[in-house]
Design a protein around this ligand. Structure first.
Ligand SMILES: NC(=O)c1ccc[n+]([C@@H]2O[C@H](COP(=O)([O-])OP(=O)(O)OC[C@H]3O[C@@H](n4cnc5c(N)ncnc54)[C@H](O)[C@@H]3O)[C@@H](O)[C@H]2O)c1
Length: 333
Protein backbone atom coordinates (compact mmCIF):
# COMPACT_ATOMS: atom_id res chain seq x y z
CA UNK A 1 0.00 0.00 0.00
CA UNK A 2 1.25 3.50 -0.86
CA UNK A 3 0.26 6.84 0.60
CA UNK A 4 -0.79 9.16 -2.23
CA UNK A 5 -1.41 12.89 -1.93
CA UNK A 6 -3.52 14.23 -4.77
CA UNK A 7 -3.13 17.95 -5.41
CA UNK A 8 -6.44 19.11 -6.91
CA UNK A 9 -9.82 17.64 -5.93
CA UNK A 10 -11.62 18.56 -9.15
CA UNK A 11 -13.11 16.05 -11.59
CA UNK A 12 -9.98 14.12 -12.49
CA UNK A 13 -8.44 14.31 -9.01
CA UNK A 14 -11.65 12.82 -7.59
CA UNK A 15 -11.86 10.14 -10.29
CA UNK A 16 -8.27 9.07 -9.60
CA UNK A 17 -8.95 9.15 -5.84
CA UNK A 18 -11.71 6.57 -6.31
CA UNK A 19 -9.42 4.38 -8.43
CA UNK A 20 -6.50 4.54 -5.99
CA UNK A 21 -8.79 3.83 -3.07
CA UNK A 22 -10.21 0.81 -4.95
CA UNK A 23 -6.55 -0.26 -5.32
CA UNK A 24 -6.24 -0.20 -1.50
CA UNK A 25 -3.95 2.83 -1.22
CA UNK A 26 -4.23 5.57 1.37
CA UNK A 27 -5.62 8.53 -0.56
CA UNK A 28 -5.35 12.14 0.59
CA UNK A 29 -7.22 14.59 -1.60
CA UNK A 30 -6.01 18.20 -1.21
CA UNK A 31 -7.60 21.32 -2.69
CA UNK A 32 -7.40 25.08 -2.12
CA UNK A 33 -11.21 25.21 -2.25
CA UNK A 34 -12.23 24.43 1.32
CA UNK A 35 -15.90 23.93 0.39
CA UNK A 36 -14.97 21.07 -1.96
CA UNK A 37 -12.94 19.40 0.82
CA UNK A 38 -15.71 19.86 3.39
CA UNK A 39 -18.22 18.22 1.02
CA UNK A 40 -15.86 15.30 0.36
CA UNK A 41 -15.35 14.67 4.08
CA UNK A 42 -18.98 15.18 5.13
CA UNK A 43 -20.90 13.67 2.20
CA UNK A 44 -18.28 11.78 0.12
CA UNK A 45 -19.44 13.67 -2.97
CA UNK A 46 -18.07 16.44 -5.20
CA UNK A 47 -21.23 17.77 -6.88
CA UNK A 48 -19.66 20.75 -8.64
CA UNK A 49 -17.15 18.62 -10.54
CA UNK A 50 -18.71 15.15 -10.58
CA UNK A 51 -22.47 15.53 -10.04
CA UNK A 52 -23.17 11.77 -10.17
CA UNK A 53 -20.09 10.46 -8.35
CA UNK A 54 -19.75 9.01 -4.86
CA UNK A 55 -16.30 8.66 -3.33
CA UNK A 56 -15.30 5.83 -0.98
CA UNK A 57 -15.31 6.84 2.70
CA UNK A 58 -11.61 5.94 2.88
CA UNK A 59 -10.75 8.97 0.68
CA UNK A 60 -9.92 11.83 3.04
CA UNK A 61 -10.09 15.46 2.01
CA UNK A 62 -7.39 17.90 3.19
CA UNK A 63 -7.40 21.69 3.13
CA UNK A 64 -3.99 21.84 4.85
CA UNK A 65 -1.19 21.02 2.45
CA UNK A 66 1.39 20.39 5.18
CA UNK A 67 -0.76 17.64 6.74
CA UNK A 68 -1.59 16.22 3.32
CA UNK A 69 2.11 15.82 2.47
CA UNK A 70 3.38 14.40 5.77
CA UNK A 71 5.00 10.97 5.15
CA UNK A 72 3.42 10.60 1.71
CA UNK A 73 4.99 8.34 -0.98
CA UNK A 74 3.55 9.95 -4.11
CA UNK A 75 2.48 13.48 -4.99
CA UNK A 76 -0.07 13.33 -7.81
CA UNK A 77 -0.74 16.72 -9.44
CA UNK A 78 -4.16 17.17 -11.07
CA UNK A 79 -4.68 20.93 -11.18
CA UNK A 80 -5.24 23.14 -14.24
CA UNK A 81 -1.80 23.71 -15.81
CA UNK A 82 -2.38 27.46 -15.36
CA UNK A 83 -1.75 27.00 -11.62
CA UNK A 84 0.68 24.08 -11.69
CA UNK A 85 3.75 26.24 -11.02
CA UNK A 86 2.23 27.95 -7.99
CA UNK A 87 0.80 24.65 -6.68
CA UNK A 88 4.28 23.08 -6.94
CA UNK A 89 5.85 26.03 -5.12
CA UNK A 90 3.64 25.37 -2.12
CA UNK A 91 4.29 21.60 -2.32
CA UNK A 92 8.02 22.36 -2.23
CA UNK A 93 7.59 24.64 0.77
CA UNK A 94 5.93 21.94 2.90
CA UNK A 95 7.41 18.70 1.56
CA UNK A 96 10.14 17.43 3.89
CA UNK A 97 11.23 14.16 2.21
CA UNK A 98 11.78 12.60 -1.26
CA UNK A 99 8.67 11.41 -3.15
CA UNK A 100 7.64 10.22 -6.59
CA UNK A 101 5.93 12.93 -8.63
CA UNK A 102 3.11 11.81 -10.91
CA UNK A 103 1.28 14.34 -13.06
CA UNK A 104 -2.15 13.81 -14.61
CA UNK A 105 -2.76 17.39 -15.83
CA UNK A 106 -2.50 18.08 -19.56
CA UNK A 107 -1.00 21.24 -20.97
CA UNK A 108 2.11 23.31 -21.63
CA UNK A 109 3.00 26.71 -20.23
CA UNK A 110 2.20 29.44 -22.80
CA UNK A 111 5.12 31.77 -22.15
CA UNK A 112 7.85 29.16 -21.72
CA UNK A 113 6.41 26.16 -23.68
CA UNK A 114 7.54 24.04 -20.72
CA UNK A 115 6.00 20.64 -20.07
CA UNK A 116 4.85 19.78 -16.54
CA UNK A 117 7.86 17.51 -15.95
CA UNK A 118 10.17 20.46 -16.67
CA UNK A 119 8.21 22.70 -14.30
CA UNK A 120 8.41 20.03 -11.55
CA UNK A 121 12.21 19.89 -11.84
CA UNK A 122 12.35 23.70 -11.73
CA UNK A 123 10.10 24.17 -8.71
CA UNK A 124 10.89 21.17 -6.48
CA UNK A 125 14.23 20.86 -4.71
CA UNK A 126 16.29 18.07 -6.30
CA UNK A 127 16.64 16.06 -3.09
CA UNK A 128 12.82 15.84 -2.79
CA UNK A 129 12.27 14.16 -6.19
CA UNK A 130 12.66 10.39 -6.57
CA UNK A 131 11.48 10.70 -10.16
CA UNK A 132 8.70 11.90 -12.44
CA UNK A 133 5.95 9.99 -14.26
CA UNK A 134 3.21 11.41 -16.53
CA UNK A 135 -0.11 9.56 -16.34
CA UNK A 136 -1.92 10.34 -19.56
CA UNK A 137 -4.14 8.87 -22.27
CA UNK A 138 -7.85 8.69 -23.17
CA UNK A 139 -9.73 9.11 -19.91
CA UNK A 140 -12.81 10.85 -18.56
CA UNK A 141 -13.43 11.39 -14.86
CA UNK A 142 -17.16 10.92 -15.51
CA UNK A 143 -16.45 7.35 -16.70
CA UNK A 144 -13.77 6.40 -14.17
CA UNK A 145 -16.08 7.43 -11.32
CA UNK A 146 -18.53 4.81 -12.70
CA UNK A 147 -15.67 2.29 -12.98
CA UNK A 148 -16.03 2.12 -16.77
CA UNK A 149 -13.17 0.55 -18.77
CA UNK A 150 -10.25 2.94 -19.29
CA UNK A 151 -6.67 2.53 -20.54
CA UNK A 152 -3.89 5.05 -19.98
CA UNK A 153 -0.09 5.21 -20.09
CA UNK A 154 2.59 5.93 -17.49
CA UNK A 155 5.42 7.75 -19.26
CA UNK A 156 8.82 8.41 -17.73
CA UNK A 157 12.48 8.71 -18.63
CA UNK A 158 12.94 6.05 -15.94
CA UNK A 159 11.11 2.93 -17.16
CA UNK A 160 11.52 1.11 -13.82
CA UNK A 161 9.76 3.96 -12.08
CA UNK A 162 7.01 3.96 -14.73
CA UNK A 163 6.53 0.23 -14.05
CA UNK A 164 6.29 0.87 -10.32
CA UNK A 165 3.63 3.56 -10.85
CA UNK A 166 1.86 1.34 -13.41
CA UNK A 167 1.25 -1.28 -10.70
CA UNK A 168 -0.08 1.33 -8.28
CA UNK A 169 -2.67 2.70 -10.74
CA UNK A 170 -3.58 -0.47 -12.65
CA UNK A 171 -6.89 -2.08 -11.72
CA UNK A 172 -7.66 -5.47 -13.30
CA UNK A 173 -11.40 -4.73 -13.38
CA UNK A 174 -11.56 -1.37 -15.11
CA UNK A 175 -8.29 0.61 -15.39
CA UNK A 176 -5.47 -0.77 -17.53
CA UNK A 177 -2.13 1.02 -17.46
CA UNK A 178 0.69 0.74 -20.03
CA UNK A 179 4.21 2.14 -19.76
CA UNK A 180 6.20 4.28 -22.16
CA UNK A 181 9.68 5.80 -22.11
CA UNK A 182 8.92 8.84 -24.25
CA UNK A 183 8.01 11.58 -21.81
CA UNK A 184 8.20 14.39 -24.40
CA UNK A 185 5.82 12.60 -26.78
CA UNK A 186 3.35 11.72 -24.02
CA UNK A 187 3.26 15.20 -22.50
CA UNK A 188 3.04 17.04 -25.82
CA UNK A 189 0.42 14.66 -27.26
CA UNK A 190 -1.78 15.21 -24.19
CA UNK A 191 -1.51 18.98 -24.50
CA UNK A 192 -1.89 19.50 -28.26
CA UNK A 193 -4.86 17.15 -28.70
CA UNK A 194 -6.97 19.62 -26.72
CA UNK A 195 -6.50 22.19 -29.49
CA UNK A 196 -7.76 19.74 -32.12
CA UNK A 197 -10.64 18.92 -29.78
CA UNK A 198 -11.67 22.59 -29.78
CA UNK A 199 -11.54 22.52 -33.59
CA UNK A 200 -13.73 19.38 -33.68
CA UNK A 201 -16.32 21.08 -31.47
CA UNK A 202 -16.27 24.22 -33.63
CA UNK A 203 -16.83 22.16 -36.81
CA UNK A 204 -19.75 20.29 -35.25
CA UNK A 205 -21.21 23.52 -33.84
CA UNK A 206 -21.16 24.96 -37.36
CA UNK A 207 -23.14 21.95 -38.60
CA UNK A 208 -20.42 20.04 -40.46
CA UNK A 209 -20.69 16.24 -40.45
CA UNK A 210 -18.73 13.09 -39.69
CA UNK A 211 -16.46 13.18 -42.75
CA UNK A 212 -15.26 16.67 -41.84
CA UNK A 213 -14.51 15.42 -38.33
CA UNK A 214 -12.64 12.35 -39.62
CA UNK A 215 -10.51 14.62 -41.81
CA UNK A 216 -9.89 16.97 -38.90
CA UNK A 217 -8.76 14.18 -36.58
CA UNK A 218 -6.44 12.74 -39.24
CA UNK A 219 -4.90 16.04 -40.28
CA UNK A 220 -4.85 17.19 -36.64
CA UNK A 221 -2.82 14.13 -35.76
CA UNK A 222 -0.36 15.01 -38.56
CA UNK A 223 0.10 18.45 -36.94
CA UNK A 224 0.52 16.96 -33.46
CA UNK A 225 3.14 14.58 -34.83
CA UNK A 226 5.06 17.34 -36.65
CA UNK A 227 5.33 19.56 -33.58
CA UNK A 228 6.06 16.78 -31.08
CA UNK A 229 8.74 15.15 -33.26
CA UNK A 230 10.45 18.52 -33.85
CA UNK A 231 10.45 19.00 -30.06
CA UNK A 232 12.16 15.63 -29.54
CA UNK A 233 9.31 13.08 -29.28
CA UNK A 234 9.36 9.62 -30.85
CA UNK A 235 7.04 9.53 -33.86
CA UNK A 236 5.34 6.26 -32.84
CA UNK A 237 4.24 7.76 -29.51
CA UNK A 238 1.79 9.99 -31.35
CA UNK A 239 0.00 6.92 -32.71
CA UNK A 240 -0.48 5.42 -29.24
CA UNK A 241 -2.84 6.03 -26.34
CA UNK A 242 -1.28 9.35 -25.37
CA UNK A 243 -1.62 10.71 -28.92
CA UNK A 244 -4.20 9.26 -31.27
CA UNK A 245 -6.09 7.49 -28.45
CA UNK A 246 -6.57 10.67 -26.47
CA UNK A 247 -7.29 12.68 -29.63
CA UNK A 248 -10.15 10.37 -30.64
CA UNK A 249 -11.90 10.58 -27.29
CA UNK A 250 -11.45 14.29 -26.85
CA UNK A 251 -12.55 15.15 -30.37
CA UNK A 252 -15.71 13.05 -30.26
CA UNK A 253 -17.01 12.90 -26.70
CA UNK A 254 -19.44 15.27 -25.02
CA UNK A 255 -17.55 14.61 -21.76
CA UNK A 256 -14.66 16.64 -23.22
CA UNK A 257 -14.82 20.29 -22.05
CA UNK A 258 -12.64 21.31 -24.99
CA UNK A 259 -15.07 19.74 -27.45
CA UNK A 260 -18.01 21.30 -25.58
CA UNK A 261 -16.31 24.71 -25.62
CA UNK A 262 -15.69 24.34 -29.37
CA UNK A 263 -19.35 23.42 -29.92
CA UNK A 264 -20.47 26.61 -28.21
CA UNK A 265 -18.00 28.78 -30.13
CA UNK A 266 -19.08 27.13 -33.39
CA UNK A 267 -22.71 27.83 -32.49
CA UNK A 268 -21.96 31.55 -32.18
CA UNK A 269 -21.14 32.08 -28.48
CA UNK A 270 -18.11 34.20 -27.68
CA UNK A 271 -15.14 32.89 -25.70
CA UNK A 272 -16.04 34.63 -22.43
CA UNK A 273 -19.65 33.34 -22.47
CA UNK A 274 -18.37 29.89 -23.38
CA UNK A 275 -15.80 29.64 -20.59
CA UNK A 276 -18.26 31.07 -18.03
CA UNK A 277 -20.78 28.36 -18.90
CA UNK A 278 -18.34 25.48 -18.19
CA UNK A 279 -17.50 25.16 -14.46
CA UNK A 280 -14.32 23.11 -15.04
CA UNK A 281 -11.00 23.95 -16.66
CA UNK A 282 -10.88 24.11 -20.51
CA UNK A 283 -7.17 23.44 -21.07
CA UNK A 284 -7.34 23.71 -24.88
CA UNK A 285 -7.60 27.51 -24.84
CA UNK A 286 -4.24 28.02 -23.14
CA UNK A 287 -2.70 25.07 -24.98
CA UNK A 288 -3.79 26.71 -28.24
CA UNK A 289 -1.85 29.86 -27.38
CA UNK A 290 1.19 27.83 -26.28
CA UNK A 291 0.99 25.65 -29.38
CA UNK A 292 0.76 28.68 -31.70
CA UNK A 293 3.93 30.35 -30.40
CA UNK A 294 5.80 27.06 -29.87
CA UNK A 295 5.10 26.00 -33.48
CA UNK A 296 6.23 29.42 -34.74
CA UNK A 297 9.44 29.14 -32.72
CA UNK A 298 10.16 25.65 -34.08
CA UNK A 299 9.02 26.63 -37.58
CA UNK A 300 6.40 23.88 -37.73
CA UNK A 301 3.36 24.17 -39.98
CA UNK A 302 0.10 23.72 -37.99
CA UNK A 303 -2.74 25.15 -40.09
CA UNK A 304 -5.57 23.72 -37.96
CA UNK A 305 -4.08 24.84 -34.65
CA UNK A 306 -3.38 28.28 -36.15
CA UNK A 307 -6.98 28.46 -37.40
CA UNK A 308 -8.25 27.73 -33.88
CA UNK A 309 -5.93 30.44 -32.56
CA UNK A 310 -7.37 32.89 -35.11
CA UNK A 311 -10.94 32.11 -34.06
CA UNK A 312 -10.26 32.32 -30.34
CA UNK A 313 -7.67 35.07 -30.01
CA UNK A 314 -8.24 37.16 -33.15
CA UNK A 315 -12.04 36.68 -32.97
CA UNK A 316 -12.25 35.70 -36.65
CA UNK A 317 -15.37 34.12 -38.11
CA UNK A 318 -14.96 30.30 -38.02
CA UNK A 319 -16.55 29.85 -41.47
CA UNK A 320 -14.13 32.33 -43.02
CA UNK A 321 -11.15 30.56 -41.39
CA UNK A 322 -12.37 27.14 -42.62
CA UNK A 323 -12.69 28.56 -46.15
CA UNK A 324 -9.06 29.64 -46.00
CA UNK A 325 -8.02 26.18 -44.80
CA UNK A 326 -9.83 24.60 -47.75
CA UNK A 327 -8.17 27.01 -50.21
CA UNK A 328 -4.58 26.33 -49.13
CA UNK A 329 -2.14 25.18 -51.84
CA UNK A 330 -2.79 21.62 -53.01
CA UNK A 331 -0.21 19.09 -51.81
CA UNK A 332 0.62 15.44 -51.12
CA UNK A 333 -0.90 13.96 -47.97
N1 LIG B 1 -11.57 15.72 -16.14
C1 LIG B 1 -11.04 14.71 -16.79
O1 LIG B 1 -11.73 13.75 -17.14
C2 LIG B 1 -9.56 14.71 -17.08
C3 LIG B 1 -8.98 13.55 -17.61
C4 LIG B 1 -7.62 13.54 -17.88
C5 LIG B 1 -6.85 14.67 -17.62
N2 LIG B 1 -7.45 15.78 -17.11
C6 LIG B 1 -6.59 16.94 -16.84
O2 LIG B 1 -6.49 17.12 -15.43
C7 LIG B 1 -6.30 18.50 -15.12
C8 LIG B 1 -7.35 18.94 -14.11
O3 LIG B 1 -8.60 18.76 -14.74
P1 LIG B 1 -9.95 18.61 -13.94
O4 LIG B 1 -10.92 18.17 -14.94
O5 LIG B 1 -9.79 17.80 -12.72
O6 LIG B 1 -10.19 20.15 -13.54
P2 LIG B 1 -11.34 20.75 -12.64
O7 LIG B 1 -11.60 22.12 -13.14
O8 LIG B 1 -12.47 19.78 -12.54
O9 LIG B 1 -10.67 20.83 -11.17
C9 LIG B 1 -9.49 21.52 -10.87
C10 LIG B 1 -9.32 21.56 -9.36
O10 LIG B 1 -8.05 22.12 -9.05
C11 LIG B 1 -8.22 22.90 -7.87
N3 LIG B 1 -7.09 23.82 -7.71
C12 LIG B 1 -6.85 24.99 -8.35
N4 LIG B 1 -5.69 25.51 -7.91
C13 LIG B 1 -5.18 24.66 -6.98
C14 LIG B 1 -4.00 24.65 -6.18
N5 LIG B 1 -3.08 25.62 -6.26
N6 LIG B 1 -3.81 23.61 -5.33
C15 LIG B 1 -4.73 22.64 -5.23
N7 LIG B 1 -5.86 22.58 -5.96
C16 LIG B 1 -6.08 23.59 -6.83
C17 LIG B 1 -9.55 23.59 -8.10
O11 LIG B 1 -10.06 24.13 -6.88
C18 LIG B 1 -10.37 22.42 -8.63
O12 LIG B 1 -10.96 21.69 -7.57
C19 LIG B 1 -6.41 19.25 -16.47
O13 LIG B 1 -5.13 19.50 -16.95
C20 LIG B 1 -7.12 18.25 -17.37
O14 LIG B 1 -6.77 18.43 -18.74
C21 LIG B 1 -8.78 15.83 -16.83
Amino acid sequence: MSVITIIGAGSWGSGLALLLSDNQHEVRLYDVDKSVIAEINEHHTNKRYLPNGVLPESVKGYDDIECALKGTDIVLTVVPTKVIRSALKSVNQYLKHPVIFVNASKGIEPQTFKRVSEIVYEEIDKEKIIGFVALTGPSHAEEVIERQLTTVTCASDDLKLAEHVQKIFNNDDYFRVYTLNDLIGAELGGAIKNVISLAAGILTGLGYGDTAKAALITRGLAEMRRLAVKAGAKEETLFGLTGLGDLIVTATSLHSRNYQAGLKIGSGKNLQETLASIPMVVEGVRSCEACYYFAKQLNVEMPIAFAVYDVIFNKREPREVIKELMQRDLKHE
